[in-house]
Design a protein around this ligand. Structure first.
Ligand code: FES
Length: 183
């Protein structure tokens, strides 16, 4: 694929793999910005000069991710072209039950348990990859939702979250009477 990597590090001796990346892919693709040398990613210029249809993927400290995504939206990028990875963990919450329509099982989700963990414990094979709300693998269809979905992922768009038709079972939760999942 045609790509550029813009990689910000604090110091050269603490930046993981930057030399190997430059050696393997070349300086025209891999741009290193070293804080100790006064460099910073020229975000506004980069966001304003990409061809239409470009996708952006950002990973790093939470404040940086928020800043990049906000700058992308302000620069007119469509939300579905902006991707981030945060390595979230599932948050605790009130216990609830879910009905798995295809497997015909009712699963109780405990206070400190994610839906995915509870589903696995019930012997149902659910897809997953990151277990952190970022990759999209565990996206599950919501059949009926008599209550409120608590979306904690960074994968679904705001529109998809508002539709109530999908949920990322690795990090999101539910409050209410019944949640029926297509699983
Ligand atoms: S497993 Fe990656 S978003 Fe849920």
């Amino acid at each position: 694929a045609n790509f550029e990597l813009h990689y910000a590090i604090r110091t050269r001796d603490r930046g993981a793999y930057w030399q190997q990346l430059v050696e393997r892919y070349g300086g025209h693709r891999i741009k290193i910005y070293c804080d100790a040398e006064g460099d910073a990613i020229p975000l506004a210029r980069l966001l304003g000069t990409q061809p239409l249809g470009t996708h952006l993927y950002v990973c790093g400290p939470s404040g940086m991710i928020d800043g990049v995504l906000k700058a992308g939206l302000n620069a007119g990028w469509p939300e579905q072209n902006l991707h981030s990875e945060r390595f979230l963990s599932s948050l605790p919450g009130k216990p609830f039950a879910i009905e798995l329509l295809r497997s015909g099982k009712t699963v109780k989700v405990g206070h400190h348990e994610s839906m995915l963990e509870a589903i696995e414990a019930a012997g149902v094979d659910a897809p997953f990859l990151c277990r952190g709300g970022a990759c999209g693998q565990c996206e599950t269809g919501v059949v009926t939702c008599d209550g409120k979905l608590l979306h904690h992922d960074v994968y679904l768009t705001s529109e998809e979250k508002a539709s109530g038709r999908k949920v990322m079972i690795c990090v999101s939760r539910f409050e209410g009477n019944t949640l029926h999942l297509d699983l």
